[in-house]
Every structure is written in C-alpha cells, then in structure tokens.
Design a protein around this ligand. Structure first.
Ligand SMILES: [Zn+2]
Length: 237
C-alpha cells in the first residue's frame, strides 16, 4: 500500500496493479475519485486514518469510467456506512453488472501493451450505483462539475473541483514518460481525441490522471498545451 500526499487535502492511493485512487477532503465531505483494482478497501481506510478519519468519513465515491482498474473496489466500499457511489449514466449499467462493456478498439501499437496489462487486472465485482450522473452536470453537494468526455468509454468523465482548483482526468488523458498524452485503450478513439480537446480551457492547481504522476502549479499548463496542440498527442495511435 502506498499513499502519496499530493496536497494537504488531497491524497493518491496506489494499488499493486496499474490502478490509483484519489481522496479529496473538503469540509465534511470526503470524496474518493476511482477505487483502483479490487481489494483496496484497507488501503483506502489507511489513507483516511492518516487524516484522523475512518470508514464512516468517506461520503462519496465518484467513478470516472467502468474499467476494472478504476472501479475494482467500488463493491467493497459500497458496504461502508455512509458512502454514495456515483458514475455517469453511460457506464453505470456496466458497473452494476447489468450489461457488459465492450473491449477497446486497439491500435497496432497498443496490442502488446494491452495483452501485458489486461491479464494482470482482476475483474471488478458488480457494484451498486446510487446516482447516475448526466452530461456536464454540476454536483453541488461535493462542489464539482462533471465533464462528459466519451470515447475512452461511452460514459467516461473528468471531474473539476473549481474551489479546490483540482481536475481529475480519468483515462481521457494520461501522464507517461514526461508527457501528457491521450489515454490508451479507447473504445472510440476519434471521439476520445475530441474529448481530450475539452481540457484546453481548464485552469487548475493540480491535475490528477488515472495513471501517472499528478501535475502541480505551473506544470498543469502542460495539459492545456497538449489539448490545444495541432494534433492530440497520441503516441500509441
Ligand atoms: Zn480506462
């Protein structure tokens, strides 16, 4: 288990696989963005304990999309006492186990990488979803704005917390080898590229990716630069 303090109110929880989750503390609300792979309940509880909090303190889990390295522990966390689990309506039926997600359309460059990673991620047990999020909905309770960014999956979202000046990109963007790039393994790559462009006018202090290190301060300009580049940075495309 590995907890990284990004900012006093923001922690990243790394799992033993490719997944990672983020805890954001804002007043009485403690929001977890994504959950990592299955089996992360104890790690997330330990990260809360570092703040002097316990399982009862977690109020919201917001899932950026249905992939098992993001929703793997949602079913486990759904059993905690006061937590609500939210996801976009496009992916909610898959997370609940009511329908199957399709495999991504892989580019040639992605095939080997995918074979290597996909085999290492355990299936995500189906989870309850308490609220289905709409396109670009404002979530007053947690002070966040949903950015509806289809392409990686049908119901992929990013979450923008304007008061905290934090953006969670999900897998629409990723940080790899010193570069902000389009996230790999997309269900509809042209649409994912279009969605990536929406990061052009996001001005925040911290950018948290679904994979890779967060960007802070002036470095967050790299996301805007990537989103406004002549071509979306897509080394695996
Ligand atoms: Zn994904």
């Amino acid at each position: 288990m590995n907890v990284v303090e990004v900012r006093p109110d923001l922690r990243m929880v790394l799992d033993s696989g490719p997944g990672q989750a983020y805890l954001l503390r804002r007043g009485p609300e403690v929001v977890l963005v994504d959950t990592g792979i299955a089996g992360q309940g104890d790690a997330i509880a330990a990260a809360l304990r570092g703040w002097g909090l316990d399982r009862e303190s977690l109020t919201h889990v917001v899932l950026t999309h249905w992939h098992p390295d993001h929703v793997g522990s949602a079913a486990e966390l759904a059993k905690w006492p006061d937590v609500q689990i939210w996801a976009h309506r496009g992916d909610a039926p898959i997370i609940r186990g009511d329908s199957y997600g399709s495999l991504p359309t892989l580019t040639h460059a992605e095939e080997g990488f995918y074979a290597h990673i996909a085999g290492s991620i355990p299936d995500a047990p189906p989870s309850r979803i308490d609220r289905e999020l709409d396109d670009d909905e404002v979530l007053d309770v947690i002070g966040a704005r949903v950015l509806s960014l289809p392409g990686h999956t049908h119901g992929s979202i990013a979450l923008h917390f304007p008061d905290e000046a934090v953006l969670f990109t999900g897998d629409v963007a990723t940080w790899q080898q010193g570069q902000v790039i389009l996230g790999p393994f997309n269900h509809d790559r042209p649409k994912a590229r279009e969605s990536f462009r929406r990061f052009a006018d996001i001005d925040v202090d911290v950018v948290c990716f679904g994979h890779g290190e967060p960007l802070r301060g002036d470095d967050t300009a790299q996301l805007r630069a990537a989103a406004t580049a002549d071509e979306v940075p897509d080394p695996l495309g």
